[in-house]
Design a protein around this ligand. Sequence first.
Ligand code: ATP
Ligand code: FE
Ligand code: MG
Length: 362
Amino acid sequence: MPILGIETSCDETGLAVVERGRVLAERLASQADLHSLFGGVVPELASREHQRIIAPLFGALLNDAGLSVRDLNGVAVARGPGLMGSLLVGIGFAKGLCCATGLSLVGVNHLHAHLLAADMEQRIEWPALGLLVSGGHTHLYRMRSPTSFDLIGRTLDDAAGEAFDKAAKICNLPYPGGSHVDALSRGHAPDPKLFPRPYTDNDNLDFSFSGLKTAFGQLVAKRPHLRLARLALDDRDIGARLPGDVREELGMVLASLSLAVAETLTIKTARALDTFSDAKCLVLAGGVAANTMLRENMAALAASRGLALVAPSPRLCTDNAAMIGYAGEIFLASGLRHDLSLDAVPRGRIVPEDWVGGNCPA
Ligand code: ATP
Ligand code: FE
Ligand code: MG
């Protein structure tokens, strides 16, 4: 029976109907153009935009799926981490729906959903080792089972996605910059000596990316022509409009940054595989998992250990409601659900005691 997934943790209003891992319908309304005007997400504008759009979007979703509310079997909603005001819009909508219809409600950890997303396309073998790289997090997990993950490493400061977004901002590329950095890097040979592999000279599984932003800023200060004039917000093919020599140099510098991020993540992930050698596959998830160079590096690492790399297609890497619906489907099938007192958890781990009928899976 179909499950409704709701994602409003940040700046995308996502709704999807998922059944046995298959997406029956999906609607995603991005606010990127709105926040692009400010160079980052403005929390109050984000929640107001979710609030404006969520009910009409739900009507359109049911129409796409050819379903009515009575055909649904449960409602899964992202409960955190994320922006408090944004999360509350999705949770409020989910509760109203469950209250009116009696459908089961399940709150989903957004990060947990990112890590399970690839299982919709390619089977995760358990236990797995998972690297979640997104706009707000860089986390290594030992994934014991679909409902039980242990956090084994994390960033001490910036997330990998932030390193890309901040570097892009220094060059005046549109927000969020990660996909632009990736596109402009493609086909350019990186200089492996241009940037450090930060916080790798130790024996732990944590990360620190804030120094990369500083190193990138210092390099661009010496090459001011790489600070582009502000580009049109909706420009999807920036490279084609740059003079050839600037495109070449910017491509090399951004490829070098991408390599530094990819290799740093790979060094720590290799270390985690040494420590947790029972892992049967390597899972890569989150928006930065769409990055070309990171995927290549992780594929090589997995192959060197005789493991499969399980990474979602780019559409499922960034925020979406299908992953929330799928995680919800797994939780509900395991007997895990919430009552109508479900609360948002904008930061940190989900409190275990509030699950009805089982232990906390995240
Ligand atoms: P979190 O999941 O930690 O709460 P988030 O939901 O904002 O944060 P995601 O939507 O998972 O993060 O990912 C967005 C991030 O992914 C942004 O930092 C964006 O720049 C980055 N990103 C997207 N595509 C690419 C790419 N091809 N290369 C590098 N980074 C990318
Ligand atoms: Fe996310
Ligand atoms: Mg996002």
